[in-house]
Design a protein around this ligand. Structure first.
Ligand SMILES: [Zn+2]
Length: 237
């Protein structure tokens, strides 16, 4: 695994606003604190989400604002919205090309993605859009972002091939790497509170997040009282 000190830029790709914050907010905040540029790319605006009578045409823009606020709390450098309809994501050549363009612009050494494989133990993590976003992201990482002959129009537009060296997959078991987020946990809670349309109705949001992070820390073998997020990390260069 590449040491954080050798990482300059990280790109996180997810289907919906709040996905990255539930899965990785503590880790993202610790990277930003260490001076690493973290960029976020969302494939949809999450316009099928929410639990109230907010008109559907307002939900997308509302969730974009919530994501920007959450990302500001964590120190994320940029948020890109690709504006595809929520609930309709499918791995497609067009979407692959759009993510390749973002990779070639950001030039990340490391990426964080969703799992393209369904986790039967945690079915809520396996929303079809999450599986599609994970598949689109890994297809963009390999082979296309590094291949000058893939999407030649991108090269013509000045977007040079780029090889992403490492991928961190959220919600994939078995997990093989853990990050201690005890020091950034409070900001993870604040970031998720910023997704008001999704989390304001949740009873004891902080308690739920804490108990997940405690279980992950226990799996990681960390001392009692520590909090963690977990990943499956793979080399992609
Ligand atoms: Zn989601």
């Amino acid at each position: 695994m590449i040491p954080d000190s050798d990482i300059e830029r990280i790109l996180v790709v997810t289907a919906h606003p709040d996905d990255a914050d539930f899965g990785a907010a503590g880790t993202i905040a610790s990277w930003a604190d260490a001076g690493i540029e973290v960029h976020l790319c969302l494939l949809t605006n999450g316009d099928q989400g929410g639990f109230d009578d907010t008109p559907r045409d307002q939900m997308g823009p509302l969730r974009q604002r919530e994501q920007q606020a959450a990302s500001n709390i964590l120190g994320v450098k940029s948020v890109t919205f690709l504006n595809h309809p929520d609930g309709h994501l499918m791995p497609s050549i067009q979407l692959r090309g759009e993510v390749v363009a973002v990779i070639r612009k950001v030039k990340p050494q490391r990426m964080v993605i969703q799992s393209p494989e369904r986790n039967w133990n945690r079915i809520f993590s396996a929303h079809p859009d999450h599986l599609a976003a994970g598949e689109i992201a890994i297809q963009a990482i390999y082979p296309d972002a590094r291949n000058e002959f893939a999407f030649p129009e991108l090269l013509k537009a000045g977007l040079e091939p780029w090889t992403v060296s490492e991928v961190w997959v959220m919600a994939k078991e078995p997990r093989n790497h853990f990050v201690d987020i005890t020091d950034t946990f409070a900001r993870k809670v604040e970031a998720l509170k910023a997704h008001t349309s999704q989390t304001s109705h949740m009873e004891d949001l902080e308690g739920r997040l804490r108990s997940w992070a405690e279980m992950t820390a226990e799996e990681a073998g960390l001392p009692k009282g520590r909090l963690a997020e977990g990943y499956f990390v793979a080399t992609t260069n």
